[in-house]
Design a protein. Structure first.
Length: 94
């Protein structure tokens, strides 16, 4: 099954005028940023994601909020849980 959501990679290189026309909110953008970080790392713990997000975006995320968001992202199919590794997420296959 293909992902019905726009990804950050799909936005790269698009004109600003088109991006403004998309129905994206702050939450969507945060999800895309997090999915990009997990994708770049391949696998990442919550701690690693917190650190990498800060290094890339100079913003500190709250751990509990991040955990909830990552769970929702797995339900959407944006990222996946790594079996037998609690709190570790991986890039979506394919």
């Amino acid at each position: 099954m293909t992902n019905p959501y726009v990804t950050a990679n799909e936005l790269k290189g698009l004109p600003t005028e088109l991006i403004k026309q998309l129905n994206l909110n702050k939450s969507d953008i945060l999800d895309m940023r997090l999915a990009d970080i997990v994708g770049e790392l391949g696998q990442a713990s919550i701690d690693k994601i917190l650190v990498q997000y800060y290094l890339k975006h100079d913003e500190i995320l709250e751990r509990q909020s991040l955990m909830t968001r990552l769970y929702r992202m797995t339900m959407k199919g944006m990222i996946k849980n790594i079996p037998k590794k609690k709190g570790v997420y991986g890039a979506k296959d394919g």
